[in-house]
Design a protein around this ligand. Structure first.
Ligand code: DSN
Length: 477
């Protein structure tokens, strides 16, 4: 099989090079770069060759606006097949009543969720009140009123610097403009979610939508409690599980930590811990299904059939028993990484992790997140800077770095290797100093990495990486 994959990719790159050699070169270089670096970005992974190959076909050439069996274009029978398969695998894998495989990304999935909740909760009852069957029956005055009602809804989501995502009501994102939004944070002492505080805020603010989920919170969430709060204030519970979908799929998050039985609408990406193609997905209860199903053309452009096909392949992979082993290892490795940092004196937000990521507060090393991220990159360690709660350095420079285990776990790293990774990261941070601007003023971006550290770290990483090759057996000619 690996010979077949090697010759398939080698020939494909030749075909590409015959038209635009620089694209073929960049594609080759990306493989080499990914093979040679410690990829610790918590939202990245490595999809299987089957998933990658599925994206490179003529399914891409088909327009298929609409939904399965109800398209605005003729000749969509094969797109119907792949979209139905993706949805079926998603329903089975997550135990969801309904799955929508069209969103192109996580942001798109969240937009579909927001608008379908608004359609279900606001537009539907409003049309009834106005005596209209659908929006085409409305007068200009009706439209004005409907627009006001849609645009005056309240959304309560997690603060960005507590670990929430920018689509959960952050002002620069459309979610922070289309909703009256408020945010809940985490306990200032422990960094943990305080459900009583969320409840108090929800009771005071009475949101239409309560959003749970995160992109940088290193702990699990109790979704039964979040649903209880949503019910108490009459809100729709929407959970964005983009980061931890793989841990749900792999049975690590079960019971009250599994959002699917508790949320009305669940959104996800498919390329993070779920290890599929780059894309998004929405799961919903039957009650919300008809409005989610209107995602395209409500807010989405034409679906990407080649990517939906790859989602079907990835979800089929995630239904295999070995995915459960993978997901458990992701969580075990995150524990090992956190312990590795703590034993070396680093400060972690919430003091540890029980999901797939850790958030290191690098201010104790005298650095901003931006300086730490850059120094680590020089040493071949790819992370991303991230705010910590009440971050004095804001969202651009930040005071933290976020590290996740899904990608290197796919390469076969275990707990010992993640302890070594913590060792390498701490060594780089200890040997980095904050720099100054050319004029000698303090700078949140400049840094000085001690001589020899980058080379030493590259060599130590190479030892780990060589033991766990990426796409083993794949050789490009
Ligand atoms: N960009 C993703 C992440 O890194 O968490 C979320 O959108």
């Amino acid at each position: 099989m690996t010979d077949l994959i090697s010759s398939t990719y080698s020939q494909a790159l030749e075909v590409i090079a015959s038209v635009e050699p620089r694209v073929a070169e960049a594609t080759r270089a990306e493989l080499a770069d990914q093979r040679a670096s410690l990829k610790l970005i918590a939202s990245e992974n490595y999809a299987s060759p089957a998933v990658l190959l599925t994206m490179g076909t003529w399914l891409s050439d088909k327009y298929a606006e609409g939904t399965v069996g109800h398209r605005f274009y003729a000749g969509c029978q094969n797109v119907d097949t792949v979209e139905s398969l993706a949805a079926e695998h998603a329903r089975e894998l997550f135990g969801a009543e309904y799955a929508y495989a069209q969103p192109h990304s996580g942001i798109d999935a969240n937009l579909v969720a927001f608008w379908s909740i608004l359609a279900h909760r606001v537009e539907g009852p409003w049309l009834e009140k106005a005596g209209a069957k659908n929006v085409n029956d409305l007068t200009e005055a009706d439209w004005e009123q409907l627009r006001n009602e849609l645009g005056n809804q309240r959304l309560l989501g997690m603060n960005l610097d507590a670990g929430g995502h920018l689509t959960h009501g952050f002002r620069p994102n459309i979610s922070g403009k289309m909703f009256h939004q408020q945010q809940y944070g985490t306990d200032p002492e422990t960094g943990l979610l305080d459900y009583d505080a969320v409840r108090a805020k929800a009771k005071e603010f009475r949101p239409l939508i309560l959003v749970a989920g995160y992109s940088a919170y290193p702990r699990r969430v109790n979704f039964a409690k979040m649903r209880e709060i949503a019910d108490e204030v009459g809100a729709t519970l929407m959970v964005d599980m983009a980061h931890f979908a793989g841990l749900v799929a792999g049975g690590v998050f079960t019971g009250e930590e599994d959002p699917v039985p508790y949320a009305h609408v669940v959104t996800t990406t498919t390329h993070k811990s779920l290890r599929g193609p780059r894309g998004g997905m929405v799961l919903a209860t039957e009650e919300y299904a008809p409005s989610v199903d209107r995602g395209c053309p409500m807010v989405l452009g034409g679906p990407l059939p080649h990517v939906m096909a790859a989602k079907a392949v990835a979800l089929a992979e995630a239904r295999r028993p070995e995915f459960k082993t993978y997901a458990q290892q992701v969580a075990d490795n995150a524990q090992a990484l956190a312990e590795g940092f703590l034993t070396r004196g680093a400060t972690l937000v919430t003091g540890g992790t029980d999901n797939h990521l850790v958030l290191v507060d690098v201010s104790s090393f005298g650095l901003t997140g931006r300086q730490a991220e850059s120094a680590l990159l020089d040493a071949g360690i790819v992370t991303n800077r991230n705010s910590v709660p009440a971050d004095p350095n804001g969202a651009w420079y930040t005071s933290g770095i976020r590290l996740g285990t899904p990608a290197l776990t796919t390469r076969g790293f275990g707990k010992d290797e993640f302890d070594r990774v913590a060792d390498l990261v701490v060594d780089v941070l200890r040997n980095t100093e904050a720099g100054t601007t050319k004029a000698g003023a303090a700078s949140k971006a400049s840094y000085v990495l001690a001589d020899g550290i980058a080379d030493k770290t590259h060599a130590a990483s190479a030892e780990l990486l060589d033991k766990h090759p990426l796409y083993p057996g794949l050789e490009l000619s």
